[in-house]
Design a protein around this ligand. Structure first.
Ligand code: HMG
Length: 390
């Protein structure tokens, strides 16, 4: 058995309430809170980036033995901080993982962390007893006053992958699909994404239904085998749009169960927004943290990973006996409760701030807002330096 042994997420300390945003943009707040299904949106200061958020997500779950056993660090991201050096190499150092490990970054929009998870599973299969760290870390930016603005967000997830996992054992069967399309993309010279919103929604649903048909053919699984389905959630209503059509021919009892668990899986996304690569795994943490142990050992959980451009994959895993003892529910809820509620002026000022791009030493400080353990503390001659709060 190989799978998720420990897991955690991190989101920055600052957010904007979406009713505040709707009022400022002259939009009916119900469009954001009911139509899109979002309540709050994480807004990172310039001192939080893909590296610091990834390290903040991983640090709390790693003990000394993990640091000596992790051979592979994969960061899935589409908002990396360097075209050459991987964010994984920075994170390897910040976490103090032993030197004889490999560190890489992978990219395919929001699918990247799933690619990392599959790499990690194969690595552990070939190297029994060793471990892999998979991180998904991103900042979602469309721009102020755009239709995508309400679906921004920021955060990271960390998964420790090992043999005999204590949370979720991954199945070997999965079905992936690729089609080169332009539903959402970001050329290298831009720091905000370009999106064809309606088409991206259609592509997402089309990928799910097409892969699901193939998955059923290849695995002989039916929907009734699953206790819950987790989705990549660019906003909380998106997965439901994909799930509803496949529930049409199912019993009311099954539909009720899957939709109830779907709702539980969306709570963290509603309060954080789109975290791109980490989103699917944030929905797993939301589901397990909120299910009050109604999900039992050996229950089968389905996963739909989607990354624009586009690659999708459906895979599955079974809950391990005692999984509930290894969740970090209290820490997660405290992290969300302790955040700072930004005014619209603060949000726009933080959004518009840019990192220095010139030679020399540039100390960075956002101490009023950013209380995180790891943060970007300076840029010296184009090199990023991170600090760890004591
Ligand atoms: P929009 O045009 O602003 O909104 O774009 P809309 O007019 O489509 O309305 C949204 C919903 O609100 C609709 O409900 C309206 O009826 C409802 P639906 O038909 O969807 O059920 N509505 C209201 N409800 C209550 N009261 C009201 C009201 N008014 C309207 N007064 C869109 C919305 C999500 C397209 C936009 O925000 C966007 O482009 N976001 C970014 C793209 C995105 O998230 N796409 C999702 C699929 S692609 C994906 O998941 C990949 C991604 O994560 C990137 C990656 O892979 O890296 C994005």
């Amino acid at each position: 058995m190989i799978g998720i042994d420990k897991m955690n997420f991190f989101t920055p300390n600052t957010y904007i309430d979406l009713v505040t945003l709707a009022n400022k943009r002259g939009v009916d707040p119900n469009k954001f809170t009911i139509g899109i299904g979002q309540s709050k949106m994480a807004v990172p200061t310039i001192t939080q980036d893909t590296v610091s958020m990834g390290a903040n997500a991983a640090f709390p779950i790693l003990d000394k033995e993990d640091l000596e056993t992790i051979d592979l660090i994969v960061v899935g991201t589409e908002t990396g901080i360097d075209e050459s050096k991987s964010s994984a190499a920075f994170i390897h150092q910040l976490l103090n993982i032993h030197p004889f490990a490999k560190s890489v970054e992978v990219k395919q929009a929001c699918y990247g962390a799933t690619a990392g998870l599959m790499m990690a599973k194969d690595y552990i299969k070939a190297h029994p007893g060793r471990k892999a760290l998979v991180i998904g870390s991103d900042i979602s930016r469309y721009g102020l006053n755009t239709s995508g603005e309400v679906t921004q967000g920021a955060g990271a997830i960390a998964l420790l992958i090992s043999e005999n996992p204590r949370i979720l054992a991954l199945d070997d069967t999965s079905v992936a699909m690729t089609e080169s399309i332009f539903d959402f993309w970001r050329p290298n010279y831009r720091d905000t994404a370009i999106v064809d919103g309606k088409y991206s929604n259609e592509a997402y649903v089309n990928f799910f239904t097409t892969i699901w048909e193939e998955y059923k053919n290849r695995t002989n699984h039916s929907l009734s085998d699953f206790s819950a389905f987790c989705f990549h959630l660019p906003y909380s209503k998106m997965g439901r749009k994909a799930l509803l059509p496949v529930l049409e021919n199912e019993s009311e009892e099954l539909a009720t169960k899957l939709l109830k668990n779907y709702d539980l899986s969306t709570d963290y996304t509603k309060n954080i927004g789109n975290i791109y690569t980490g989103s699917l795994y944030l929905s797993l943490m939301s589901l397990l943290d909120h299910s009050d142990n109604t999900l039992k050992e050996n229950d089968l959980i389905g996963f739909f990973s989607y990354g624009s451009g586009a690659v999708g994959e459906i895979f599955s895993g079974r809950l391990v006996p005692g999984y509930e003892n290894f969740l970090m529910k209290e820490e997660h809820i405290a992290m969300l409760d302790e955040r700072y509620d930004l005014s619209i002026e603060e949000y726009e000022a933080i959004f518009n701030k840019e990192l220095p791009k010139t030679d020399g030493t540039h100390p960075l400080s956002e101490a009023k807002y950013d209380k995180s353990l790891f943060y970007l503390s300076s840029i010296t001659d184009h090199q990023r330096h991170y600090s760890q709060r004591q």
